[in-house]
Design a protein around this ligand. Sequence first.
Ligand SMILES: Cc1cc2nc3c(=O)[nH]c(=O)nc-3n(C[C@H](O)[C@H](O)[C@H](O)COP(=O)(O)OP(=O)(O)OC[C@H]3O[C@@H](n4cnc5c(N)ncnc54)[C@H](O)[C@@H]3O)c2cc1C
Length: 533
Amino acid sequence: MKNRIHADVLIVGSGLSGLSAALNLAERGLKVTVVTKEAIDVSNSANAQGGIATVSDFNVDSFEKHIQDTLTAGAGLNDIEAVRFFVENGPDAIRHFEQLGIHFTENEAGQLDLGREGGHTERRVVHAGDITGFELIKVVKKAVLLHPNITVLENHTAIDLISESKFFFSEDNRVVGAYVLSDRGEVMTIIANSVLLATGGCGKVYLYTSNPNVTTGDGLAIGFRAGVPVVNMEMIQFHPTILYHEKINSMLISEALRGEGGVLIDKHGNTFMEKYHPLKSLAPRDIVARAIDHEMKMSGDDCVFLDMTKLDGDFLQKRFPNIFRICLNGGIDMRTMPIPVVPAAHYSCGGLRSTPKGTTEIPGLFVSGEVAHTGLHGANRLASNSLLEAAVMAKYVAEEIAEYTSKTKPSSYEPPDWDSGNAEDEDEKIIIKQNWDEVRRIMWNYVGIVRSNKRLERALARLELMKHEITEYYWNFKVSRDLLELRNITLVAELIIRSAMKRKESRGLHFNIDYQFKLDTIQNTVVTPAEIL
Ligand SMILES: Cc1cc2nc3c(=O)[nH]c(=O)nc-3n(C[C@H](O)[C@H](O)[C@H](O)COP(=O)(O)OP(=O)(O)OC[C@H]3O[C@@H](n4cnc5c(N)ncnc54)[C@H](O)[C@@H]3O)c2cc1C
């Protein structure tokens, strides 16, 4: 593989958003290169269990109801036009996937079997058993790998974008490619007419997360360094129910289990959710996560439990085959014993400022999926609205990129190769590991489910110290994936803290014990690169 390659479009990330956009663009005749950190099917998308929220049964459900549920969860911070855009595009996204060959689960009448999840007033979650993401990625991946216009580079990590002017804050800051760390440890220059960041969220910024290892907020950091502001980064969703097990990591116990009748209990078998919300175990995620956090802090227990034992055993096995099997392998038979669960970082509602169609304020730079802030989720994401966002955005961002490409001449600028200066092989991996752990621990302890001014100040002060050490490493040593990720999680952690400090209220996912009220004026939190870089 050459160290300098050209493409019409460079896509960073092979989740649902990146792969769907790649396919769409390739079908329009554009040459697409996809870079992805690990194997093509390692992503949050591939781990999604519950499904895609969309209105299917118009006899009982409606776009208005889906919009209203999204707005209720979003606690006033959603952009209503964006919500309408995504909700109304839902049925089309489902049709598209069906045409690609995905078989969503059907009921006995041969219609889509619709799941119900927290915050939804109707059954509207289209799913493929309890491995919806796996099935989606399997089918889209197959089409991508067969397409002659798409090249996929696995085990390649994007480092930073290349702009024509080299100065991102100048007027002609058009993005023309990216530097990418290859699977051989060399830095490649990929030149492209446009770049799409589809890098997902940032769960790994926290010690406990449902996200896979690749989810280190790289795209957020890369886009921010390139000049795109971030919006509402304090709105981190903690999933209430991750399996608490000494050997099984990051295993999500889908909300759909509570949708089907699962009930949260403490170790004595007592229910507790009635103290927190009228919807009890099916309350919105932020309420359930905070309630569990509170119960655990009050009791000193390591976890709470999800009781499925009142449901029919055959139904459980049929409806949740994957979760059932994994629990059973870990010694938990959900037919007869409650499942131990804890909350963990799950989803980033904030992101790089963009339109619902994925355009940013930087020419040539587009975003799609969880990395973007479109206004859909507001202060809290409604369950299963994110695959909807990833799928719908992928279609429209492809249209935007195609249009941009048709109007824009390829850049004549030939960027220099990556300059590693006097870099040497770094041999003090321990310092990187130490800082990795420290950032994630600080975020979990001080910037987690419940925040306070003092905790946020402490977190920022510690992070500032580490930032200098990490920057020194970055410039003095040869880059590795660990070092790149550390640099990115540290920046993203800072963005979350600074955003949390700016919000002088508690709203949606952001709960600060020093401001336990909602302000009358509702506004987005914006952090711009000029403020901190
Ligand atoms: C366990 C779990 C269950 C979920 N269940 C649901 C659900 O049921 N319904 C729902 O709507 N949502 C669900 N979500 C959320 C949803 O899966 C994600 O929001 C969505 O899949 C994001 O898609 P994406 O394409 O934006 O990013 P992702 O699917 O996260 O893909 C990001 C890609 O970017 C790559 N990448 C990142 N950084 C770099 C870099 N520097 N260089 C190269 N490549 C890079 C990664 O390797 C990955 O391939 C779930 C999430 C998790 C973790």
